[in-house]
Design a protein around this ligand. Structure first.
Ligand code: PLP
Length: 284
């Protein structure tokens, strides 16, 4: 694989960053994951805008402007011959001369790294046809989940808890209500209404979420942006999650309780179809 690090395209074995990098020592960095379908980037602008926002909230400067960022994404797709897959982008506060809690001076450049992951048939996964199962766990993350930071230890623990329980993923619960999945936004469907938690600092503002809710409203579907409890979820007609890598993924089991027929529901299937169709249309 050819990867990108601080202005250079290198074979992955030759790419490196300092052990003093604040991403490594403090998880002081932000990231984005953009999907590639048919060699094209899905919703690049949404991801570029959210990166800008995350950097702003962290008081970090952007290492490259939008046009260059797009060019790097495209170059990596070409160099690695990615038909379907993902592009991971990470920006950290760089590597000062020594470990220090205080942010380094302006002259310490941020570290920017991008790499690709090839995923043939990404939009046609068996998981999407069967649906996935989730468990619910407490949400023990920090309070600024709207910033897409690289602090992913708790979500990683959640995934492991799910795996040990024989499930695919975990939905996190705070003050009695579901916040989101470990790496996706969470939804239930009841009597035709699509219910998902409102935006705040408690969840990540999903790029896929924004597109899916817009498309649902355009298709005259009812959308309720509000919290819901695990009990309400287990009694829902259907459920699903959204993310840049899974698009719209049906959820068929919550804490061992099968929803409806235990198969992907009509609303989730329709939204997946509508989303993928639209995403391909606006892919660049
Ligand atoms: N919520 C969390 C915690 C995530 O990590 C992600 C994606 O990685 C999402 C939601 C979905 O966001 P997006 O649709 O922008 O991929």
């Amino acid at each position: 694989r050819t990867v990108y690090v601080n202005g250079q395209y290198l074979p992955e074995q030759e790419a490196s960053v300092s052990i003093f990098d604040r991403g490594f020592l403090f998880a002081d960095g932000v990231y984005e994951v953009t999907s590639v379908l048919g060699g094209k980037l899905i919703d690049f602008d949404g991801h570029a805008r959210r990166l800008q926002r995350s950097l702003g909230e962290m008081e970090m400067r952007a290492p490259v402007e939008r046009g260059e960022l797009l060019a790097i994404h495209r170059e990596l797709v070409t160099l690695n011959e990615i038909e379907d897959g993902l592009i991971y982008l990470q920006v950290t506060r760089g590597a000062p001369a020594d470990r220090d809690f205080v942010y380094p001076d302006e002259d310490v450049a941020p570290t920017i790294v991008l790499f690709t992951q090839s995923k043939p048939g990404l939009a046609d996964s068996p998981a999407a046809r069967a649906g996935i199962s989730v468990i619910t766990i407490p949400d023990a993350r920090w309070g600024r989940r709207d910033i897409k930071t690289v602090q992913l230890l708790y979500p990683s623990m959640g995934k492991m808890a799910a795996k040990k329980a024989g499930a695919d993923d975990a939905w996190m619960v705070e003050d009695g209500q579901v916040t989101e999945g470990t790496s996706n936004n969470a939804y239930i469907v009841k009597n035709g209404a699509i219910i998902t938690r409102q935006l705040s600092t408690e969840i990540l503002h999903g790029i896929t979420r924004a597109a899916v809710l817009r498309l649902a409203r355009e298709a005259q579907m009812t959308v309720e942006e509000r919290g819901f409890t695990p009990d309400e979820a287990r009694e829902a007609d259907e459920a699903f999650v959204t993310s840049a890598s899974a698009f719209v993924m049906p959820v068929v089991k919550i804490d061992g309780v099968a929803l409806g027929e235990g198969t992907p529901g009509p609303v989730a299937r329709r939204l997946r179809e509508i989303y993928l169709e639209e995403a391909l249309k606006i892919a660049i």
